[in-house]
Write a protein that binds this ligand. Structure first.
Ligand SMILES: [Zn+2]
Length: 364
C-alpha cells in the first residue's frame, strides 16, 4: 500500500513537472558528433531576462538549457571586449587585442574551429544576420589584425570552402579589381542565392547566401529568416552524415543595445530565441548534437529597474534602463543543451569554449 502511494506521488510529481524539466540530462559517455555554437551578439543576462519578462515567464529557449556557465569576456588588452577579440577567443581559444581576428597581439596566426573541423572532414556552416565578414563570423573563419578589413575577411571566408555561408555583406563578395568572390565560389560548385526564400529552397551543398549589401534588415522586417535558416542549415549539414560544426549568430541584438532601443533589442531577442529553439529541437531529434548558446559580450549595460522604491508594495511597472551605448565588462551566461552539455558549467574563460569543443569533437 505504501509503495502504491509512493508511485502515485511520483506520477503526480511527473505530471506536475513541465516537460522541459523532465527531459533526461545528457549521459557522460555519449559521443559528440555535431556542434552548434549560437552567439547572441551583445546578449547579457539582462537581455535574456527582458525576454523572459516580455514572455510573461512562459518558458523561453533559455529556460530549456540543461547546463549553464558564466563566461568571462575580457580581451588581451581591454577589460571590455569587442566582437573581434571575443570571437577570436571562442573561435581559436586565444585572447587577443580588441579588433584583431584570428591573430595574437604579435600577429601570430591561430587556427579556428572551422579550420580544425575541415581537417577532420566535418561539414561546416556559418549563418548570420550581419555581414558574413563581420567580426563574429570572422573569428571562426579568418585571420587579420583589423576587423574592418572586410574584403580580406571575405576572401578568407571564401577560401574556407564552408558548406553553408549565409548572411549579409554582399558588397564584400562582389567584383573588386577584376575579382568576384561570388563568381569564384560558383565556379567551385556553390549554389548562390540572393534571398532567404531562395536559400531555404536549396537542397544541395555547398550554398552561398548573400541577402543584403551590408546588414540584413532588422528582425521586424526580416521575418522568420534566422530560425528557418537555423533549421535548414542543421538539416542539410546533418544529412552529410559525417558530423558538423556550425556557428549561428543573432547579430543584431547588439545594434538594439548600442542604440539603447528596447524594442529592437526585444525583437532581435525573440528572433534569436526562436532560432535557439530550432537548434535545441534538432539536438532532441539527433542524439550526438551539442548546442552551446552564448554571447560575445554584453552591450548597453542594461538593467531592469522597478518603478517603485517601496519594495513592500506590489509592483507598479518596470523599466529597461541602459548605462552605456557601448559594450560592458560584465561576464555573460552560456547555455548548453544536448550531448556533452554537462561539460559546460561553472565559471570559465571564453577561450574554454574553443578548448572544450575541440576536445569533444576530437579535433587536432
Ligand atoms: Zn557591439
Amino acid at each position: 500500500m505504501k509503495r502504491i502511494a509512493y508511485s502515485l506521488f511520483v506520477a503526480l510529481l511527473l505530471w506536475a513537472t513541465p516537460t522541459e524539466a523532465r527531459r533526461p540530462k545528457p549521459q557522460a559517455d555519449e559521443e559528440v558528433r555535431n556542434v552548434v555554437v549560437m552567439i547572441g551578439d551583445g546578449m547579457g543576462l539582462a537581455q535574456v531576462a527582458a525576454l523572459m519578462i516580455e514572455n510573461r515567464y512562459e518558458p523561453t529557449s533559455f529556460d530549456r538549457a540543461q547546463y549553464t556557465a558564466i563566461c568571462k569576456t575580457y580581451s588581451a588588452n581591454n577589460r571590455v571586449t569587442d566582437s573581434g577579440a571575443s570571437a577570436t577567443a571562442m573561435g581559436t581559444g586565444h585572447k587577443t587585442d580588441n579588433s584583431r581576428i584570428g591573430v595574437l597581439p604579435d600577429d601570430t596566426l591561430v587556427e579556428n574551429l572551422v579550420e580544425l573541423a575541415k581537417r577532420r572532414n566535418l561539414a561546416t556552416g556559418i549563418v548570420v544576420t550581419s555581414y558574413l565578414s563581420d567580426a563574429t563570423p570572422a573569428g571562426f573563419t579568418a585571420h587579420t589584425n583589423n576587423r574592418r578589413n572586410y574584403r580580406t575577411i571575405a576572401e578568407m571566408l571564401a577560401a574556407q570552402r564552408l558548406d553553408i555561408a549565409a548572411g549579409g555583406g554582399r558588397t564584400y563578395f562582389e567584383e573588386q579589381e577584376g575579382r568576384s568572390l561570388i563568381a569564384e565560389m560558383q565556379a567551385q560548385g556553390y549554389t548562390y542565392t540572393e534571398t532567404p526564400e531562395a536559400f531555404l529552397a536549396v537542397d544541395r551543398l555547398p550554398i552561398l547566401g548573400l541577402f543584403a549589401d551590408k546588414y540584413m534588415p532588422a528582425a521586424a522586417e526580416r521575418g522568420d529568416y534566422l530560425p528557418r535558416a537555423t533549421e535548414h542549415t542543421l538539416e542539410l549539414l546533418g544529412r552529410e552524415g559525417k558530423g558538423f560544426f556550425a556557428m549561428i549568430e543573432g547579430s543584431q541584438i547588439d545594434i538594439g543595445c548600442h542604440n539603447n532601443d528596447p524594442k529592437t533589442m526585444l525583437d532581435e531577442m525573440r528572433d534569436f530565441d526562436a532560432a535557439v529553439h530550432k537548434a535545441f529541437d534538432y539536438a532532441d531529434a539527433h542524439p550526438g548534437t551539442l548546442v552551446v548558446v552564448v554571447a560575445d559580450h554584453e552591450t548597453g549595460g542594461l538593467t531592469i529597474v522597478s518603478n517603485n522604491k517601496d519594495f513592500t508594495a506590489s509592483e507598479s511597472g518596470i523599466e529597461y534602463r541602459y548605462s552605456t551605448s557601448g559594450h560592458t565588462g560584465t561576464p555573460v551566461v552560456l547555455y548548453a543543451y544536448g550531448t556533452g552539455a554537462q561539460h559546460f558549467s561553472g565559471v570559465m574563460e571564453n577561450t574554454e569554449i574553443f578548448a572544450r569543443i575541440k576536445k569533444l569533437l576530437d579535433l587536432k
